[in-house]
Design a protein around this ligand. Structure first.
Ligand code: DGY
Length: 423
């Protein structure tokens, strides 16, 4: 890399990880297509190649399951450098995929692509073909992950939240057994420092859940109730709510009023339900353990990024104050776990490090709520991290050290947004 211009550098990272019709999050560590990574990638690609951005989303939805789920990994090619691969998931799809899902960023990304497009006719055509599949995915969530119609969906595996080893899951995850897990060899430790990654005990539990769901033949009418791990993550739900609202807006623009109406109904119901997760003590939302019925006392980024949903302004204001308090202790914001909590770990994946995609979502929500000063601070901190440590997967909030994988696609994608003054 010879250029020092961050925009050129970000575009170079996106191009380097481009595999033609999909983009890998980074070489080595993640050699396939990941669901929410891909949606952020498309937002980034739209800055220099709109056609390619639409293709990224279309490839993802070409692998939607018949029941409406969009899987978290699509194994387009054979690669022995990642575990667990398709031989572990055994989902029996024409192109191999995992069997769980990920945060539904697609509705949000669709609106972003549509509103930034310079060729509105092409954009309308391509957005129209994605509307119904994204709508089916939203419907799948409320049918399969909210079977009692509470207005909030549960994740049944930590990998679904994308925040694999968050402190949020510790207690609920302790109920997941480890007996009977087939012998395995992790591959992530070939590519990343073990002290930045989840532990072996966590991997055993990740694998136990995969084997359990596999035995249930990936039947989503059974998986939720059969899972010993059912957690309502406010961040995940907020992304879904935001995507429903954004899909509704695009649907309206394209004259698809039935899709718009149903998505707006979900937004209304879920935004009220989200408020039941609010913690006055922590000044943020908390996760809820659906198995025990308890709120989970863990001040993680999940309950901060919930501000990306159209939450009431007084909630967004409280979240902004919470971030300001964290900023007094961390050099870079927003840490993925509160520094006040003894479980904070500045280097271990989702237990403390800063993630720029999360910063992007939080800044988006704060900007919409008029909390410009904190949104600006988050954007500045993000760009400072890039200048100091390049396009890493995540960063130490105390000293800004780059952590996990390098030349990371979604980091580059959101940097293009930040540089363009978004959010
Ligand atoms: C991993 O393998 O680290 C992923 O986060 C699972 O999707």
């Amino acid at each position: 890399m010879t250029t020092t211009d961050p925009r050129d550098h970000a575009i170079a990272v996106l191009k380097e990880n481009d595999r033609g019709t999909y983009t890998v999050p980074t070489k080595g560590l993640y050699p396939f297509q990941w669901n929410w990574d891909s949606c952020f990638t498309a937002i980034g690609q739209a800055h220099f190649d709109e056609n390619r951005a639409w293709t990224e989303m279309e490839t993802l939805f070409a692998h939607q399951w018949a029941d409406g789920m969009v899987p978290h990994i699509i194994f387009h090619v054979y690669d022995d450098g990642y575990f667990p691969g398709p031989d572990v998931w055994r989902t029996n799809r024409p192109v191999k995929t995992s069997g769980i899902t990920q945060p539904p960023v697609a509705g949000f990304a669709l609106k972003r692509l549509y509103e930034t497009s310079t060729d509105k006719e092409a954009a309308a055509r391509r957005a129209k073909t994605l509307l119904a599949p994204i709508h089916r995915w939203h419907r799948w969530f409320y049918a399969c992950r909210d079977p009692k119609g509470e207005g909030l969906v549960a994740i049944i595996h930590p990998w679904e939240a994308g925040r694999d080893n968050s402190v949020d899951w510790d207690e609920a995850f302790a109920r997941v057994p480890t007996e009977g897990v087939d012998p395995y060899e992790r591959r992530d430790l070939r590519h990343a420092d073990p002290s930045h990654r989840p532990t072996k005990e966590q991997y055993d539990r990740y694998l136990w859940l995969v084997q359990h769901f596999r035995e249930l033949e990936w039947d989503n009418t059974r998986l939720h109730d059969a899972s010993p791990f059912q957690v309502i993550d406010p961040g995940f739900n907020a992304i879904l709510i935001r995507s429903c609202a954004d899909l509704a807006d695009v649907a309206d623009m394209l004259g698809e009023t039935a899709i718009a109406d149903e998505n707006r109904e979900w937004v209304e119901k879920s935004i009220d339900a989200l408020d039941t997760l609010w913690s006055e003590t922590h000044g943020q939302y908390l996760c809820h353990d659906r198995v025990t019925g308890d709120l989970i006392d863990s001040a993680s980024i999940g309950g901060v990024m919930a501000v990306v949903a159209p939450v009431p302004d007084h909630r967004a204001a409280s979240i902004a104050r919470t971030i300001e308090r964290e900023a007094e202790k961390a050099r870079f914001i927003v840490p993925s776990h509160s520094l006040d909590d003894p479980r904070f770990d500045s280097k271990r994946y989702w237990r403390g490090p800063v993630w720029l995609v999360v910063n992007y979502l939080i800044a988006t929500g704060l900007r919409a709520a008029g909390e410009d000063a904190v949104a600006d601070h988050i954007v500045k901190s993000s760009l400072d991290l890039i200048a100091l440590s390049g396009f890493a997967e995540y960063y130490d909030p105390l000293d800004g050290a780059p952590l996990g994988g390098r030349t990371f696609t979604w980091t580059a994608a959101v940097v293009l947004e930040f540089l363009a003054g978004k959010p």
